[in-house]
Design a protein around this ligand. Structure first.
Ligand code: SAM
Length: 233
């Protein structure tokens, strides 16, 4: 069972405030012409607006619960025919098609716990791409202030939804717990410095076309977030 299954009905309310990345990923999908493979598609927070913009999306996720919510939301939004949902692991995506764009939004790669797993996932994404196709994803590495301000505290992220971050600087892990009326769960994320993502991308067969510091495409200058565009070499 995925750690997202128990919070599939809480996820959209939990991530209500996360909107800054949607326009960015929709623009990337439109520019690619589609179809797009989204790895870790979740409840379709990004895939549904992408399909709404007219781009066909193949969405892969390991959580049956998240996919069930995504399918319901896609029907409600009238885009179900442009959204092809498949349960599977992003390291071995059940996708035979070859596409111009693969995305992995909202830090889903941080669920990978070792360089071996990250390389497996990046190589699998590369294999899905047409020649010259692009992989776009975002990750983060926390600042000391973020760690000090939030460590071990239950904070009300949205009304009635509480989140707790337990950071381990040595292991570079974040144990993220969330609870609300509609579910609760705890999951581990492993973060890396941007230089290590850059090296892994090169090793997996990507040229780094851009590393942004935010979804408005400002260049990365040392903040917590990085948004990567890798082109298949
Ligand atoms: C933070 S959510 C992002 C969901 C969606 N992309 C969004 O932007 O809201 C991460 C998603 O990745 C999925 N996930 C985590 N590890 C995975 C894996 N190894 N294979 C496939 N999906 C995975 C989770 O089930 C979850 O739906």
């Amino acid at each position: 069972m995925s750690s997202y299954d128990p919070i599939a009905r809480l996820y959209d309310a939990w991530s209500t405030a996360v909107v800054e990345d949607i326009g960015f990923y929709v623009d990337e999908a439109l520019a690619s012409g589609g179809p797009v493979v989204e790895l870790g598609v979740g409840t379709g927070r990004i895939a549904i607006p992408t399909a709404g913009a007219g781009v066909h999306v193949i969405g892969v996720d390991s959580s049956a619960g998240m996919l069930a919510v995504c399918a319901e939301e896609a029907r409600r939004a009238g885009v179900a025919e442009r959204l092809d949902l498949r349960q599977g692991d992003l390291r071995r995506p059940p996708v035979e098609e070859r596409v111009p764009l693969v995305t992995c939004p909202f830090r889903a790669y941080l669920h990978l716990s070792s360089d071996a797993e990250r390389l497996e996932a990046l190589r699998a994404a590369r294999d899905l791409l047409l020649p010259d196709g692009r992989l776009v994803f975002d990750v983060f590495a926390p600042s000391n202030e973020d760690i000090e301000e939030t460590h071990g505290l239950w904070l009300e992220r949205e009304p009635g939804i509480f989140e707790r971050a337990d950071w381990d600087r040595r292991q570079q892990t974040l144990t993220l717990s969330v609870r609300g009326e509609r579910g609760e769960s705890s999951m581990t994320l492993w973060w890396l410095e941007p230089q290590r993502w850059q090296a892994l991308l090169a090793e997996a067969g990507f040229a780094v076309e851009a590393c942004y510091g935010w979804f408005d495409r400002r260049p990365y200058d040392g903040g917590e977030d990085t948004v990567w565009i890798g082109r298949r070499t």
